[in-house]
Design a protein around this ligand. Sequence first.
Ligand code: URA
Length: 244
Amino acid sequence: MASGKKGERLDKYLSEALGLSRSQSRALIAKKKVLVDGLVAQKADWPLQGGETITLEGQRLERQKYVYLMLNKPQGVVSASQDKRDLTVTDLVKEVFPRRQLFPAGRLDKTSTGFVLLTDDGVFAHEILAPRRHVSKTYQVLLDCPCTPEMQRGFEEGVTLADGQKLEPADLMPDPQAPCQAVVVLHQGVYHQIKRMFGVYGAGVNGLHRLAIGSVRLDESLAPGQWRPLSEQEVETLRRESGS
Ligand code: URA
């Protein structure tokens, strides 16, 4: 199976195949850990011809057909592929994936933080976002007032928004130690859903952090702005939970 593309630099190929920055790739080459057709690669800008066998510490590398990334979105970054004014979630990964058409599978508000899944697999994104698939999203919420039993009952039954839209039931789990904090699990995706749901009860949302998509949790070691590839098992879990 072919590895690099004709004319592509070796360090760029490694970055894409392994989800590394260009400087991390160069460091691997400098440490003589990368072999091209059995010979130790000497130069980071080695031009590939396409079809070479590239190995790292004996492991053969293959370029993935699709990319699936877990990003911890910082505040102030928009969930879009492009924006004229603001930094986007794809800007945060484009050094490593300059040619991939990555996009966020589902949106988080500019002020929200946490797990954004970036991919270039449109079918996968469609499956995990489709309303009938019910892949849940879990959020940590900070309110400007304590959670009430009325809110909990309302979420359980399905909140009716100010515009008359009746939502699916959602889980609201207040933090017993901190009454203004709660975990909310949604089973559908409506624009500004959590803010509008609490708005029905006159409560404001001061902080919103997405903790999980389905049962895949945001890796706690990722600082805001950091990302890592999803493992094969995590991608499989999401496929299974979306029924695809
Ligand atoms: N609900 C919201 O109101 N905002 C988000 O970013 C996600 C869910």
